[in-house]
Design a protein around this ligand. Sequence first.
Ligand code: NAP
Length: 187
Amino acid sequence: MITGHVFIATSLDGFVAGPSGELDWLMKQKTEGEDHGYDAFMDTVDGLVMGRGTFQKVLTFAEWSYAKPVVVMSRTLTNQDIPEAISGKVELTELEPPKVMKMLDERGWRRVYVDGGMVIQSFFRAGLISDMILTRVPVLIGEGIPLFGTLKRDIDFEHLETRSFPSGLVTSRYRTIGAAPEAGEST
Ligand SMILES: NC(=O)c1ccc[n+]([C@@H]2O[C@H](COP(=O)([O-])OP(=O)(O)OC[C@H]3O[C@@H](n4cnc5c(N)ncnc54)[C@H](OP(=O)(O)O)[C@@H]3O)[C@@H](O)[C@H]2O)c1
């Protein structure tokens, strides 16, 4: 069975980025020499599904850092928006989360890294996230793009592990209990 997995960092007030996508609050953390488990997590996934917002942010970075295939969810981007240098590594889809997972399942994917605030919320609402590694960064940024939003029902988690680092970053691992789609979400 294919499953969705989250690995993401938020400010203490729950934002994944500033109002215009700023990540300076994250980048300024002094984390040299710390292993927050990103590489180990990446080794476990077949590829990524990310939102258009995250994709456009990643395109501003000096280099493309993903060795695994990336599916970008967007109803507005076209193939012309994918830089030549990464064509073949990125695919666009307009499908909703359950259909994206079905498509990837049929390709043999088993574990999907789901990334981007809005997209993560969509996948949670559709009951498609099995677990989440959440890193809390010791800063309040006051406003920005939230990781979580409104829900029609609670989503419960089992806490598996929390690790803290000298930088002040705190990484917690949670397993979703009884993941199921919200009423009205397609499967
Ligand atoms: N702190 C961290 O660890 C971390 C990690 C990842 C990202 N980020 C930051 O988060 C920001 C982006 O987050 P975001 O919440 O704005 O955007 P996002 O989830 O990355 O992308 C949202 C966009 O995805 C498209 N989309 C297509 N189908 C969707 C669906 N079913 N549900 C939701 N979105 C769908 C829509 O674009 P269209 O209008 O094109 O359809 C939507 O506007 C960036 O600044 C990025 O740097 C931070």
